[in-house]
Structure formats: C-alpha cells, structure tokens
Design a protein around this ligand. Structure first.
Ligand code: NOJ
Length: 737
C-alpha cells in the first residue's frame, strides 16, 4: 500500500517481477514477496497435513469437523472447540470471538476500540498491530483462533454490527482486514474473516435472502474478502446465516467452491457461523468444512456424516479434504507445533495500545473558529455533559463485545450501578466502565480548571431519556462554563438488531440535550460515541464535533488528548454521514427493512451512491479535519508496463502544527454502470509544519478493471480519470490515465 518510492524505483518495480512482489499495493494483482516465500512453507504444510490425514481413523476425522461443545459450554469462555488427536500430536483448538478484544465469557480481557474506528485510521500498520495485540491476549487465554475479522460492507448504514466491520469501501476494508489478519497470524493464532457473504444487515439474518448480481458481488461485497484471502491467507472464512441469491451461504457452492476455493485458490477452511449450517451433504459438497454449534440442531455430527458417506452423498475424499484443510492451517500458522497456553497478560501494555489506536481513529468533523484544541490554561470552568462520561464509554453489543473488562469481575453494566438492568447483560451490555473516564482525563489535562459533570446518572437505566430537569441542569452548567463538552452515544450491536434510524436514540432525547446546551454556550463541543453514522440536526449550532466511535478502554484519555491537542486528529470517515435517513441507499420509501434485501442500487453503494445520485452528504466518505492544513500539488500520472499507473503528487503541511494527512486516490472508470469514483489507493503521511512529501501510489491493472459478466472474468478498462483528494469530495488534483 505505501508507495514511498522514487519514480525510478517505481518504474524498476513495475518491470521486475521480483520488485513487484516487494511493492505492496492496495487491492490485488501483486503477489507480495511473503506470499511467494510462503508458497514453499505451504507446500510442506500440505504434505504434512496429508500424511496426518492418512493416519487418522474415521472417528478422529469426524471429530475434527465440528465443535466439540455447544457455545455455552466451551472451556475458557470460548465460542467453539475442536478436539485434537493426542496420539498423532494434534492439539485441541479453542476459539474465541475477537472483534474488539477477546470475547471470552469467563476471563478478563482488554477492550479495544471498535474496528470501524480502526478503519477510520486508514492506517494499515495500525491494523496489523491491532490484529497482533488481540492475538497476544487470545493466546495468553489459551485460544488458538480468533473470530474477529468482520468485514461486511456498510451498505445498510443502520446495520447493528457496523461497529464490527471496516466501513463502506471494499478496498479500504480489504486492505485493513488483510493487515489485521497478518498481524493475528504472526502470533500463531488462526484468523477468521467473516461473515461470508451478503450479510449486510441484521434484519432477516437467519435465512434472509440477499439478492446481489454477480458484478456487484465481485466488485463490492466479495472484494474485501478476496483481498484478505489472497493477500493474508486467513486460516478460516466464516460463512454467514443468510442466503445469497436463494441458497444459504453455508451451502452455496458458487460463493464457497467456485469463488473462494477455485477462483481465489483459498486453501484454508470454511467454518459455519454458529448454527448457520442447514444440511449435511449439500453443505459439505458446497464447500463447508467445519460446523460450529450454537446449541441447536447440528448437521456435521459424526453420525450424520458417517451416514452421508455410507449412502454415497459425501465422498471420503471430501471428508479428507475438510480435515486436511484444518490441519494445513494449524501447521502453517504454527498452532500445531506451538499451541496456545494460558499465561500472564500484560494488561497495562494492552491498555496503552488501545489508547493509541483510538487516538489515531478519531475523526474531527467540525471545528468552527478553531474551537479545538482547547487551551487548558485559558479555561477555568469546563462542563462535561451526558453519555456517562463521568464513568464509562459505550461499546458494541453481541459477540463483538468484549465481555469482561480488565478492571475486574463483570458486574451488571460494565461495573456501573445502573438502577435497572435494561440492556445490561454482558451480551447486550453497551457500557464499559473506565479506570480513567473522560471527566478525570480532562481534569488531569486542565488541573487548574473546575471540571463538572452533568447529565444522566449511573443509577438510571442507560437508555432512559434525559429528564427535563437533567436537560435544564446541563444547560445551566453550560451557561456558567467556559466550554461545554457534550457526549452523545448510539448503542448498537448484534442483539440490538439494526437501528431504525440514524437519529440518536437510547436515550431518545439526546438531540434535545445538545440543542439546549448549545443554546446556553456558544463553545459547545460534541463527542459522538457510535458504531454507525449519526444524524446531527444540531450540527450548525455547535462549534466542534468529534467522532470517537466505540473508543475502547483507553477512550477517556484518548478523547481528552484530542480535545486538548496532545494528539492531532488524523482519522477520516470510512462511512458516509448523510444529512437524513431518506438520503441513504437502503431507506426506500419508508425505511422499512427488507427481510430479503435486493441490492438494487448495484455498484452505487456508500459514497458511490451519493456521487451518482448527486446527493450532498453531511460528511462524506474520506472526510476528516486536522489541527493543521495540508496543500496538494504537482500531480503526475505515469503509465508503467503491465497497465500499472504511478500516481504521484506533493503533500505539504502548510499549517502550524505537526499532523498526519490521508491523501486518497480515486479513479473514474469509463465503463457502463461504474460509479463516478472508486477508491484505489491512499497513504497516511505524517508531516511537520512546513514539511512536504512526494507521495506515490501504484494503481494495478485489477484496480482499473470491471467484472465482465458475459465472460466471467475481470476486464481491464483503459483511460480512467484520476482524482486525488483529502476526501471523496474534497478533490484537490485531477488528471487522466
Ligand atoms: C454469531 C456471530 O454472527 C458470529 O460473528 C460469532 O463469531 C459467533 N456467533 C460466535 O460468537
């Protein structure tokens, strides 16, 4: 992805296959050098796996393709468990959810920021580290497999699980997923990527039929999986609960056999989402390799698979293939020879990482009259209002939740003492009690100021609406303060289902709170904790807005550091923030969710939709401000052999503080049905004031191609327009390829 090369080097890279291999690019076409080297290791792993399969009895093989325990009984609080074969030196394999940290239900874990925030960092190196840090903790808890690689695209901006994913662009999502996967597997933890595929909403998730044409699938919804599968070789792909074009994803031969295993040459295993398998022989023959058990009907049991083999509906060769895939993955990732063992966890180091990850993920959406950063010395009274900012931050609900904060045993709502338990089991628990909540973090950065909290009480249900008294107390406090920081929160998650609207809900009257505070104090700053885009009817009445996503356990300090300029924000939106629900591609006439969604907008999803429909969003994809300013100049678009394009330009920090910019390259591909712009590359460039850098991006042939439905192959389209911008709409330079 990073293209920090001089032009001559770039050209040499383009004509030399070996150099190609060393030149990471977004998307696909190049085989990274590591992949080439890995091919040798892979061949050896295959031979060893094959030999082991030859020594296994039928019963040993059968126990290897389904979870030994239903989810609630998995040792160590994991989600699934494959029993090993001690006589052959094959260890047991315990797996856990890991979207925002280990999802063990019985062990203390660190809560990382949500992965939509990770995508907002646009920093592949951070994604690698994120995968690595979570894997370190998983291993220390005894897990050899992490299920956290969620990457369904944000087609439905109200999607309950958006916080677990990586935004609306397939290349950004794919790139970040590939890096995260690599980071995880570097620690001898098998990485799963999910939910494959067409699982873009929670409505109808059990069997809902996502109807997506082939070109749209290939160019959008399959692409992040393809990038990650090809580039990072995750050990596992999890098939989803829904149907794709009429057939359950876990028995859909087209997406599993044709696309994943044949086209992409995926050598790992396909595991079902928990309870997503729907049959024995059809699923196995369509490509399902392992079934996970949620505690309901199971189909890949020894008895049923034995019967299927006996009646000829499943071949022994296919059973061997299923087992071999699993063994191969265990060998290649190191899990076979060095299985996870429980050990001491360095929570302090993990906590520091979560804070720095969050600092790179926050997006500054508005900063009128340079309201931010706050100058501590100039403030004597600071109001912090709402969002339980005196105690906690919001996290996402469901299996993407990290259930047991490191601060101690789980107690109701993340250790808070809310008066009612509404929404407060670990599964749906959206609140994470912090060691250093925002109020304390602000106080330590502004020691001379009086920092006062007002708003919802921890004794109240977390979803209870603010009372009139609470709103008027908050406004009075704001009126008597130099600055008012309002925290608003949008709970969402697997168990919440999808949101009905992007308007703030739970508490329902957060907009009224913001309006009242903004009316009382012209220096009102809103901090948003959400996993989804949020409507902001108060946008024009407040002076600054920061999107903090679900910020994880370092969130209090990280947010304070951004507000006070200890950290210059550098995040950019991985999802469009619309003005109104009605502007989103899936709203239709009344916002009703289809149980069987038809992807009628085709390629016009996310920013592609707003661009093609000429709808101005509130904040566009790729948008994010900084405390400094960056100037772009000197675009050059160079053709290289192999239909590569070298796009280069200068970025200069022409402001007064150091900062990092994310210059983005988009292509307008001149082909029927293509949207005005597609993202093909970006960089994250740290620059001191006055410093400038020449940025290079190599755009591969594949990134200039469309899916040719007639011939079922990628078709290169020459002559794309090239756009270089600070966002998908803030285009600073334009050229032609
Ligand atoms: C169901 C979820 O869809 C999936 O993402 C998760 O990994 C499993 N449950 C296990 O918790």
């Amino acid at each position: 992805m990073q293209k920090k090369l001089w032009p001559a080097v770039a050209i040499a890279a383009a004509v030399s296959a070996a150099a190609h291999a060393e030149l990471p690019t977004p998307g696909l076409d190049f085989a990274p050098l590591s992949t080439v080297l890995n091919a040798f290791a892979s061949a050896a792993a295959h031979r060893r796996a094959e030999t082991l399969v030859g020594k296994m009895t039928i019963d040993e093989k059968l126990q290897f393709i389904h979870s030994e325990y239903a989810m609630s009984a998995v040792p160590g609080g994991g989600a699934g468990y494959i029993q090993g074969v001690p006589r052959l030196g094959i260890p047991d394999l315990n797996m856990a959810d890991s979207s925002t940290g280990s999802g063990s239900t019985s062990q203390a874990s660190t809560t990382f920021p949500s992965t939509i925030g990770l995508a907002a960092s646009w920093d592949p190196a951070l994604a690698w580290n994120f995968g690595k840090q979570i894997a370190i903790e998983l291993r220390q808890q005894g897990f050899g497999m992490g299920l956290g690689g969620g990457t369904n695209l944000a087609r439905e901006p109200r999607g309950g699980r958006l916080f677990e994913y990586l935004g609306e662009d397939p290349v950004l999502a794919g790139e970040m997923l590939a890096e995260r996967t690599d980071g995880t597997q570097s620690q001898k933890v098998i990485a799963t990527i999910k939910h494959y595929m067409g699982n873009e909403q929670e409505h109808g998730r059990n069997g809902g039929n996502s109807q997506i044409d082939e070109r749209t699938m290939r160019e959008l919804y399959l692409l992040p999986f393809e990038i990650a599968a090809r580039r990072a070789q995750p050990g596992s792909v999890m098939c989803s609960y829904n149907r794709v074009n009429g057939t359950y994803a876990c028995e859909n031969s087209h997406i599993l056999n044709d696309v994943l295993k044949n086209d992409w040459k995926f050598q790992g295993q396909v595991q079902s989402d928990w309870g997503a398998a729907q049959s024995t022989a059809p699923a196995i023959n369509a490509g399902l390799d392992e079934e996970e058990d949620v505690g309901s009907t199971v189909y890949l049991t020894p008895t049923l698979v034995k019967q299927a083999i006996a009646n000829g509906s499943v071949s022994t060769a296919r059973l061997n293939d299923m087992v071999e895939r699993k063994l191969y993955v265990m060998i290649r990732t190191g899990v076979m020879d060095d299985p996870a063992k429980a050990g001491p966890i360095n929570f302090a180091a993990a906590n520091a990482f979560t804070q720095s990850a969050e600092e790179q993920s926050m997006v500054l959406l508005k900063n009128a009259s340079n309201q931010l950063p706050l100058a501590a010395g100039a403030l004597s009274r600071i109001a912090v209002i709402g969002g339980h900012a005196d105690a906690a931050v919001l996290t996402g609900g469901g299996s993407g939740n990290t259930r047991d904060p490191v601060t101690g045993a789980f107690a109701g709502c993340g250790g808070l003492t809310f008066g009612t338990s509404t929404g407060c089991s670990w599964w749906t628990n959206p609140w994470l009690k912090l060691n250093t909540p925002l109020v304390s973090a602000i106080q330590s950065l502004a020691p001379q100021a009086k920092v006062t909290f007002s708003g919802n009480s921890d004794q109240q249900s977390p979803f209870a609406a603010y009372t009139q008294q609470q709103i008027s107390d908050a406004a009075t406090l704001a009126a008597n303060s130099d600055v008012a920081i309002v925290v608003v929160a949008q709970p969402a998650g697997e168990d919440f289902g999808d949101l009905t609207s992007l308007a703030l809900a739970n508490p329902t009257n957060q907009d009224a709170l913001v309006e009242a505070v903004a009316a009382a104090n012209p220096h009102t700053i809103v901090v948003v904790e959400s996993g989804n885009p949020v409507l902001m009817p108060w946008k024009d009445s407040v002076s600054a807005i920061v999107e903090a996503w679900y910020p994880g356990e370092g969130g209090g300090k990280a947010i304070a550091n951004v507000l006070f300029g200890k950290v210059n924000p550098s995040g950019k939106l991985p999802v469009t923030f619309p003005v109104r629900d009605q502007d989103t591609p899936t709203w239709g006439t009344n916002g009703a969710f289809a149980t069987n969604p038809v992807y009628t907008e085709k390629l016009d999803m996310g920013y592609r939709w707003y661009d093609s429909q000429n709808i101005t969003p509130m904040f566009e994809f790729g948008y994010g401000l900084s405390y400094t300013h960056f100037a772009y100049s000197g675009l050059s678009v160079l053709h290289l052999p192999g239909n590569l394009i070298d796009v280069s330009f200068n970025v200069r920090n022409d402001g007064r503080v150091a900062g990092a910019e994310v210059p983005q390259v988009y292509l307008g591909v001149p082909y029927q049905g293509e949207p005005p712009r597609r993202l093909v590359g970006w960089d994250k460039v740290g620059l001191n004031p006055g410093e400038s850098r020449r940025v290079h991006m190599i755009v591969t042939q594949r990134m200039q191609s469309v899916w040719d439905t007639t011939n079922s192959r990628w078709q290169y389209v020459p002559g794309s327009s090239v756009f270089v911008g600070a966002s998908s709409r803030d285009i600073r330079l334009q050229g032609h390829s």
